[in-house]
Design a protein. Sequence first.
Length: 293
Amino acid sequence: MQTRHLFLAVLVTAVWGFNFPITKLGLAAIDPLLLTAIRFTLSALPWVFFIRRPQVGLHWLAGYGLIFGVAMWALINLGIELGVPPGSAALLIQFSAFFTLGWGVLLFRESLSLPQVAGLLLAVAGLLGILVSSPAGDTRLGLALVLVSALAWSIGNVIIKLSRVREVFAFVVWASLFAPLPLFLLGWLTHGAAPYVRLAAQLDRAAVFSLLFQVYAATHFCYWGWNLLLREYPVSRVAPLSLLIPVFGIAGSMLIAGQHPGTTGWISMALVLSALAISQMKGRMLVGRRAVG
């Protein structure tokens, strides 16, 4: 991977990691489904009137928007509201890296090298260690929702590869257009009119900052950068980089929410960083499928 792309990947994962505790600031004031709906409304509007639609089928845009907005971020926000700490959510979403590597082998005939397999095994130990050391209070339902969102993210990565999109920023903007309506409807069916009625009174500075960060940093910038990397490199090369997100997520939780990991947490983060470094090394292909012909 080129140095500039590696720098972009680290910056994207840092913003995404800090986005988890910053999202919690917004959830303190706004219903999670309503917060997600507003996020994707602002991600799409007014930008779709100024940015040309990407040259991909409408079904790719709709599919990615629904997975991205409803199946991924709505579930993450619901999980955090149900008690999953931001650091733990940042950890659990990284199971998408394992799902994505599997899709790469099954769908794109990519191969996994010995260092990548070793890195994955080391990452599993690190991720499980962070999970064990996470603060108490996680609910089973919340954890399950975040894990489902990790699977959704991996499917979104597959859509990026299959659509062969070149205009990655336009793709994110136009795909965001398909998320708000289902989210507003789900929010209304789940909680009625109450979240909408209270919105104006609860929209304080922290909530506004949280929304702006989610829209322009975590959505526009990060998904532009991430999808650009997916366009330029195999998914098996890009996916392990997301393992940096829980490291930044826990750092953000320490700075913003005052949640500090114990000794096990620090050791686990070191394992994740080691796994990332090992998985980026070149080595003999160990697992994969050969292309036909």
